[in-house]
Design a protein around this ligand. Structure first.
Ligand code: PGA
Length: 247
């Protein structure tokens, strides 16, 4: 059975005390079910959150693939691992769009994280213009080819994928469960074509984009949807926990 995962991307939100309070509140009510819960706070809070010693897993939203060097303002994978990050987000559309992270750069990040044994949630997803041309499958497959399909089967099986249609992120416009399932099944098909059925069946594929406490059950009921990557709704403990109980 594939791992069920609900991850909260806190983006550039919350003061330190708010981040600590949110972490503690979610951790205290963490439903002891089989769902893996992860939060992605601002990297500057990592150390303080880790010291709370909770069960809720912690990751970072960004890092630089170089081991060290003159990259002003950046943190290396070794540094964030040192502070206790177990997961990283790679390929989020906001990083692709606002920070010009392209497929080749994301591939370097994938390799760096794997090399240091940090787990990856790799985000993919099409903008509205591509969806309007009905070219989303081709677009997403290219994103996977560019940054992931150089990996061995063994490495690929350690990747978690998040499908996040850009037109649904932060817009309140969710993909319908049919649209989500169609793309998740297509993604699993691309992986199967490259790596075989056995590997494809092991990989968790999360949905992201205006997923909330009201629509999570319908999305998570889809055969190929193994959880969610949650933005706005992850900033409220009760909403996030409600989503985690939506399987
Ligand atoms: P959203 O963000 O849930 O606020 O749409 C999702 C994401 O960007 O990961």
């Amino acid at each position: 059975m594939r791992k069920k995962i609900v991850a909260g991307n806190w983006k550039m939100n919350l003061s330190k005390s708010e981040a600590l309070a949110l972490y503690q509140s979610v951790d205290a009510q963490n439903p002891a079910n089989e769902v893996e819960l992860i939060v992605f706070p601002s990297a500057i809070y990592l150390d303080s959150l880790k010291k709370l010693d909770g069960k809720l897993k912690i990751g970072v939203q960004n890092f630089h693939p170089a081991e060290s060097g003159a990259f002003t303002g950046e943190n290396s994978i070794t540094q964030i691992k040192d502070l206790g990050a177990e997961y990283v987000l790679i390929g989020h559309s906001e990083r692709r769009m606002y920070f010009n992270e392209d497929g080749a750069f994301l591939k370097e990040k994938v390799d760096a994280a794997l090399q240091h044994d940090v787990k990856i949630i790799f985000c993919c997803g099409e903008p509205l213009s591509i969806r309007e041309m009905n070219a989303q499958d081709y677009f997403v497959e290219q994103q996977l080819i560019e940054s992931l399909f150089h990996l061995s089967n063994y490495a690929m099986e350690r990747i978690i994928i998040a499908y996040e249609p850009i037109w649904a992120i932060g817009t309140g416009k969710t993909a319908s469960s049919d649209q989500a399932e169609a793309m998740h099944a297509a993604i699993r098909g691309f992986i199967e074509k490259q790596y075989g059925k056995n590997t494809a069946e092991k990989i968790s594929i999360l949905y992201g984009g205006s997923c909330n406490a009201s629509n999570a059950s319908e999305l998570f009921a889809c055969e190929n949807v193994d959880g969610g990557l949650i933005g706005g709704a992850a900033l409220k403990a009760n909403d996030f926990l409600q989503i985690a109980k939506s399987f």
